[in-house]
Design a protein around this ligand. Structure first.
Ligand code: DOR
Ligand code: ZN
Length: 346
């Protein structure tokens, strides 16, 4: 068994960096290991225009510590009033890499999301024409749909109809959490891919609820039954180029997580790669880790893989901080519940 693994430098195809004090604190946690990330636009207020994406990118670059290298790939938050011309212009000059669809009310800061999908038809057609990917938060928000069914229902009621009437639209179904999501991506052809988080390879819904409620394991889409976790593990470790890593690392200060109405999101940037090496080794798929973290994502986004590499070594348990300090308060780092033996060599 090899105790050393060299990978092209990974990218994170779904990341929340926030702004201000939290941005400053969490950005180094991603930049230490990842070269690039698709940066989510769900700030308050959201990033809805090319000009706002450009300004946010500047704030991210300004927050990057000296000597660290990191490329933020920006996204626009799709609303019912998004202007197709603005999207096209921002894509053309390289300000944005994708557009993000949040159904209204689906998750953190999604109030400006889409209610009537007919109203975004023009934007989606423009995106299909220029090949700009649509990143999708795939959950319906209807009050009568059980939260554990929201992804499967979204595929049938929203995603599949959108794709049928917008031929050529390139879609990333983000943070898939179900066998239904895996099956839809697997059978969906070249224009659809799926990102998978590290934490959905670790957690099922029992981990959140059995023996006391664990707010730091609560995220959206919420972790599902064990059979779904196993389907995600099989997809991530399969080598199928349709699947790649999007951590959905989503920092919230502890006061907002450990609350009567706690925010959704797991902060995973710090230890994602150590945990993924553990998972892929358990699945006998260490030779497929690089495809998942470093090759399949760039291929779908039509970008070159990173030129440099990282090395993981296996040894004594890795020490990582339980919390990251920020000027707004501490943020708890994801605890996988087992010791981590794989470390990213400095
Ligand atoms: O758990 C989540 N947290 N899921 C999301 O979709 C949003 C994210 C956040 O912004 O905190
Ligand atoms: Zn997210």
């Amino acid at each position: 068994m090899s105790h050393r693994l060299t990978l092209r430098r990974p990218d994170d195809w779904h990341l929340h960096l926030r702004d201000g004090a939290v941005l400053a604190a969490v950005l180094p946690e991603s930049a230490r290991h990842f070269a690039r990330a698709i940066v989510m636009p769900n700030l308050v207020p959201p990033v809805v225009t090319g000009a706002q994406a450009s300004a946010y990118r500047q704030r991210i670059r300004a927050a990057l510590p000296m000597g660290m290298d990191f490329t933020p790939l920006m996204t626009l938050y799709l609303t019912e009033t998004t202007d197709p011309k603005d999207v096209k212009a921002a894509a053309k000059v390289g300000t944005i890499t994708a557009v993000k669809l949040y159904p209204a009310g689906a998750t953190t800061n999604s109030a400006s999301g889409v209610r009537d999908f007919d109203r975004v038809r023009g934007v989606l057609e423009t995106m299909a024409e220029i090949g700009l990917p649509l990143c999708v938060h795939g959950e319906v928000t209807d009050a009568d749909i059980d939260i554990f069914d929201r992804e499967a229902v979204f595929i049938d009621r929203v995603l599949d109809p959108i794709r049928r009437r917008t031929p050529g639209l390139r879609v990333v179904m983000e943070h898939i959490t179900t066998r239904d999501g895996v099956d839809y991506v697997t059978s969906g052809g070249a224009d659809i891919a799926g990102t998978i988080t590290m934490h959905h390879l670790i957690l099922n819904r029992n981990h959140i609820l059995v023996g006391g409620i664990r707010p730091h394991y609560y995220c959206l889409p919420v972790a599902k039954r064990e059979e779904h976790r196993l389907a995600l593990r099989a997809a991530a470790t399969s080598g199928d180029p349709s699947f790649f890593l999007g951590t959905d690392s989503a920092p919230h200060v502890d006061a907002l997580k450990e609350s009567a109405c706690g925010c959704a999101g797991c902060f995973t940037a710090t230890n994602t790669l150590s945990i993924l090496a553990h998972v892929f080794e358990e699945e006998g798929a260490l030779d497929r880790l690089e495809a998942f973290t470093s090759l399949n994502g760039p291929a779908f986004y039509r970008l070159p893989p990173n030129a440099d590499s990282i090395t993981l070594t296996k040894g004594d348990p890795v020490a990582y901080p339980a919390k990251i300090a920020t000027a707004d308060g501490p943020i708890t780092v994801f605890d996988p519940g087992f010791p981590l033996l794989w470390r990213v060599a400095e």
